[in-house]
Write a protein that binds this ligand. Structure first.
Ligand code: GDP
Ligand code: IMO
Ligand code: MG
Length: 442
């Protein structure tokens, strides 16, 4: 048994949904600990595709408890749509629990997110415009509405009306947006509250019970390390802490219960939204990766920017998250390429830089230094063991493990559950991986 954190090791969309779903089958509890409906986690089960925004990717395992933790921000309208969609597809949400201390995205948060992006002009972040930044800003400013405020009938109307009136000043004065009618918002949110109430719990207690019962708990990160508010490529980041440290804060558990941290990384790199991206490809290879990898945002439909694997940010993710092992996804997308490049360091002018610079200005000047490896001709989508892989693909994986000094526990070769090589079971297996940091299968 083990309590495991699954995080994105790049700029999001690494395939966390697929890996979480896969591991959920051995987990008793899955907890989302941060982010909101900016996330889009795709899970493919047989011929059905599920796109989850707030509900943990464990929901497709019928016996797994799924918890939307305290560190998340909840847009109740989108959450209810998600519940309804799952219901239509015959997936039960009876095991879904929502933390009473998570913050709630209100209609003014979306309006402010959109208006502030427009006002920033060429300084825009390229947010998902789902109101995430403004919801977390209100949490910090201590004007936020929490789930408990929604579901407790006493004071509900006054609380919501006060917040809407307070924000109307901002909407009107700063952005020239029409004021919201407090009564309409109160009625709308009363309806949401009535539907969500049965799912609301003190999630820290629920998780504690699982810990004491020696259950397997999976903590599912949203976004990725480079989008972390404190440790990402600021200001082009999200407003929460997707890194492994965020799991303890966002779920309400102590770090002593965590057994393992798994980083999910694509075999190449993608990014949605603005901000520097040293290995970005503006050529035909970039197009191939985007088309073959179907690199369109799950939430916004925007085309993702694509580039080669960047081991500088990979090593950074290992350091910041204390990664025990990696799940490398979308290796199949590289099938058939003549050669494959990996960024091993950056050049800034005459200087060689092995670590991610903190300065956004310096990061924007980084040029990748590449090591070129041979590609492979055969498709990998049907491979189920390391031995099945073309030798160049295995060498590529070993090279990544060596560069990042972390073992690879899982290799993903397609969106389906079965298109996976489990080198080591990170929940039940011993704390080691067969493809180790020196790239030596043991
Ligand atoms: P997440 O946000 O990290 O959960 O990732 P997304 O779901 O936003 O994006 C990953 C996309 O790649 C989804 O459409 C997945 O179905 C798909 N995917 C996951 N793993 C693989 C893989 O190994 N190969 C291929 N071709 N697609 C994959
Ligand atoms: P998952 O969980 C990829 C990006 C946005 C933007 C920045 C800030 O599916 O990996 P926000 O709306 O959060 O204020 O936007 O973060 N972003 C993501 N990129 N995957 C995500 O989630 C993302 N969530 C936010 O594109 O650049
Ligand atoms: Mg995604």
């Amino acid at each position: 048994m083990a309590n495991v954190i699954v995080i994105g090791a790049q700029w999001g969309d690494e395939g966390k949904g697929k890996i979480t779903d896969l591991l959920s089958r051995s987990a008793d509890v899955v907890v989302r600990y941060q982010g909101g409906v900016n996330a889009g986690h795709t899970v493919v089960v047989q011929d059905q595709t599920f796109k989850l925004h707030l509900i943990p990717s464990g929901i497709l395992s019928p016996d797994t408890q799924c918890i939307i933790g305290s560190g998340t921000v909840i847009d109740p309208k989108v959450l209810l749509e998600e519940i309804d969609q799952l219901d239509e597809l015959g997936v039960s949400t009876q095991n879904l629990y929502i933390s009473q201390t998570a913050h709630v995205t209100m209609p003014y948060h979306r309006l402010i997110d959109q208006a502030s992006e427009d006002r920033r002009g060429d300084q825009k972040i390229g947010t998902t415009k789902r109101g995430i930044g403004p919801t977390y800003a209100d949490k910090s400013e201590r004007t936020g509405i929490r789930v408990i405020d929604l579901v407790e009938p006493e004071g509900f109307e006054e609380r919501i009306a006060w917040a809407v009136n307070y924000k109307n000043e901002v909407l009107e004065t700063l952005y020239g947006i029409e004021r919201l009618d407090p009564k309409t918002v109160v009625e709308q949110y009363r309806g949401y509250a009535d539907r969500l109430r049965p799912h609301v719990v003190d999630s820290s207690l629920t998780i504690d019970e699982a810990v004491r019962g020696r259950k397997n708990i999976l903590f599912e990160g949203a976004q990725g390390t480079l989008l972390d508010l404190d440790h990402g490529t600021y200001p082009y980041v999200t407003s929460s802490n997707p890194i492994s440290g965020g799991a303890c804060v966002g779920a309400g558990v102590g770090p002593t219960i965590i057994d393992r941290v798994i980083g999910v990384a694509k075999a190449y790199t993608t990014r949605v939204g603005e901000g520097p991206f040293p290995t970005e490809l503006h050529d035909e290879i970039g197009e191939i990766l985007g088309d073959r990898g179907a690199e369109f945002g799950t939430t916004t439909g925007r085309r993702r920017r694509c580039g080669w694997f960047d081991a500088v940010i990979g090593r950074y993710a290992v350091r910041i998250n204390g990664l025990d092992c990696l799940a490398v996804t979308k290796l199949d997308v590289l099938d058939g390429l003549e050669e494959i490049k990996v960024c091993v360091a950056y050049r800034i002018g005459d200087e060689v830089c092995h670590h991610l610079p903190s300065s956004a200005r310096r990061f924007a000047k980084c040029e990748p230094i590449y090591k070129t490896l041979p590609g492979w001709k055969q498709p990998t989508t049907e491979c189920r063991t390391l031995e099945d892989l073309p030798k160049e693909a295995l060498s590529y994986l070993k090279f990544l493990a060596e560069l990042m000094k972390v073992p690879i526990a899982i290799v993903s070769l397609g969106a389906s559950r079965d298109q996976t090589i489990i080198v080591e079971d990170p929940i039940h297996g011993p704390k080691r991986a067969l493809l180790d940091a020196q790239g030596v299968p043991v």
